[in-house]
Design a protein around this ligand. Structure first.
Ligand SMILES: [Mg+2]
Length: 120
């Protein structure tokens, strides 16, 4: 499924229920934040070394559901605000590629501002 198919399906879901009237950009962003909170809740209070265990014991299904909720709202926000999400992602990846040159960024987590002055 590509972004356009997803955008269409999410819009149709809302239209079929006459929910477009509730889907202001502001409301959708707030709903998106709520879903990100539900995503975070899955791992909240769980240490990194317990994540695999959590995923094996039902956590993966919960994670899949919340990731889907996040993506659905993300796609809907982009649609309602007339942002071409596929283009935005592509543009952002190109921007990040320039900010984080492979030869300087490989194997470290430094912010791009710290990489500028480093020798390759
Ligand atoms: Mg949810």
């Amino acid at each position: 499924m590509d972004f356009e198919q997803l955008r269409y399906q999410v819009a149709a879901f809302a239209q079929d229920r006459d929910w477009d009237q509730f889907h202001s950009v502001r409301n959708l962003i707030l709903a998106l934040v709520g879903e990100v909170g539900e995503l975070a809740e899955i791992v909240q209070w769980t240490s990194d070394d317990k994540i695999d265990e959590l995923l094996k014991s039902g956590g993966r299904e919960r994670l899949a559901q919340e990731l889907a909720d996040v993506l659905i709202y993300l796609v809907r926000v982009a649609d309602k605000s007339q942002v071409d999400l596929a283009k935005a992602v592509s543009d952002k990846l190109a921007e990040n590629d320039a900010k984080y040159p492979k030869d300087k960024a490989r194997g470290n987590a430094k912010k791009y501002t710290e990489l500028r002055d480093e020798a390759p």
